[in-house]
Design a protein around this ligand. Sequence first.
Ligand code: NAD
Length: 296
Amino acid sequence: MATIAFIGLGHMGGPMAINLVKAGHNVHVFDLVDTQVQEVAAEGAQAAASAVDAVSDADFVISMLPAGKHVETLYVTGDQPLFDAVKKSALIIDSSTIDAATAQRVAKVGTERGLNFIDAPVSGGVGGAKAGTLAFMVGASDAQFAQAKPILECMGKNIFHAGDHGAGQIAKACNNLLLGVLMTGTCEALNLGVKNGLDPAVLSEIMKQSSGNNWALQVYNPYPGVMPGVPSSNDYQGGFMVDLMYKDLGLAMELSQQSASPVPMGSNARALFNLHKAKGNGTLDFSSVLRLYQDK
Ligand code: NAD
């Protein structure tokens, strides 16, 4: 049993922390929103009064925060930076989806101070966080990865070592760029078929069994009524928000700029999600981008 500090108990962090409790670890939790701390404490975690309080005795520190600025402030630049408070032997795992440059910068500061900070963003959404089936993409040294793996296995079923520091965030940006392209492309094809008289369920099945097959058709059909239990069949509530997909495509654009790597497909997908967001749909599930094609 390890002592683990978990900072950031939102849609993802809350259920991830609960899975660590269920695996028998001693979990100290903190969030800026007290009700979220209390919800996880009710499942057996220890409520901490502050992030510093949470990490003081921890062997592992895990963070699940919105963006790079939150992560850098928490560990390095804030009033009470956690790099001043953690044990030297602790392994710090940031599972937030942030820009690779910030992940690499924070890891470098950590290394200079004799601390271990690694990036381990996730894929699998809130459902995967609850079920403990997330995919982790880890940027770390071999030794850090080996140390992190058993802890990550309490929250996920596929744990990948993407490469050195920052590589997890790069892998995540590449995956979500592809996801954005696949989802907009699938919406485009379904809308084209329906506008020309096809049944969306029939067309979905044809493409699923043909060369257009992809993840959106298999498990996340964007057309309402085609697939039960997915956001499109629940008025696009729950799931993965348009705002988050827009953020993740922005991270891919930053990477593309830094590496002069062309991303015309991702750039078009981002423009579509931006238009959809501008129409007030930022909090809907990202498969609702179908409505843009339907001019709704
Ligand atoms: P969320 O907004 O629900 O949760 C973030 C939490 O962090 C909030 O509860 C907030 O109060 C807390 N927080 C912010 N700053 C803090 C600080 N300094 N100290 C303590 N707590 C702090 O977001 P989420 O949906 O849980 O996503 C978290 C991260 O996971 C994001 O980077 C997101 O891109 C990524 N992600 C989300 C999903 C998803 O489906 N929601 C899927 C994969 C990855």
